[in-house]
Design a protein around this ligand. Structure first.
Ligand SMILES: [Zn+2]
Length: 188
């Protein structure tokens, strides 16, 4: 069945559902959508349009998956998360106590080589920002079940971060007491 083309206005466009679609518009290389994507092609002007169903919800579900992903985030994933919270590079830099250039540089790299402490801090900032964003009027597109998943994970991640932090702190204090670590450092 032919529909009106949004580009040329002629009734010459045909829509079809795509079985699989590489979702490059997300900025992530490895997201493939299976179903829920319609492609409309016009035989008159040659224009092609792709429509992704429930896109706002889909983007937030991807963000949720990235926040809970084990291991390190890639630069494009960091950029995706920042966009999901509608944050600018400057706003994120202020939260992380970084320069804006540092944020920009990391987002451009597939492997931004963050230390574990930086990665943990990064997740904490994003978990908090995503929560805050979803609480704003009209911004939440996640289901209650997904919101619950996010809350549970955030709670567990905060506990993990605080344990890691305390362990490191105890280690540093013990070293300082035993060996006067910082005095050695200063003498070298
Ligand atoms: Zn057309």
């Amino acid at each position: 069945m032919k529909v009106v083309c949004p580009n040329c206005g002629r009734k010459a466009a045909v829509s079809r559902e795509l079985a699989e679609y590489r979702y490059n518009e997300s900025g992530l290389k490895n997201v493939r959508l299976k179903g829920g994507v319609t492609e409309t092609t016009c035989s008159e002007c040659g224009e092609t349009y792709v429509r992704v169903e429930k896109e706002p919800q889909l983007l937030q579900v991807i963000a949720l998956g990235l926040l809970m992903k084990p291991g390190y985030l890639t630069g494009p994933e960091m950029k995706f998360l920042r966009a999901a919270c509608e944050m600018t590079q400057a706003e994120l830099a202020a939260e992380l106590r970084h320069r804006r250039e540092t944020v920009s540089e990391r987002e451009s790299k597939l492997n931004p080589k963050l230390t574990m402490a930086e990665e943990v801090l990064f997740r904490l900032v994003f978990l908090r920002s995503f929560h805050a964003y979803l609480s704003r009027e009209g911004k939440n597109h996640l289901t209650d079940a997904h919101r619950e998943q996010l809350s549970d994970f955030s709670q567990r991640f905060c506990e993990f971060a605080s344990q890691v932090g305390q362990r490191m702190l105890r280690y540093v204090i013990a070293l300082e007491e035993r060996e006067g670590l910082w005095h050695l450092g200063a003498a070298a």
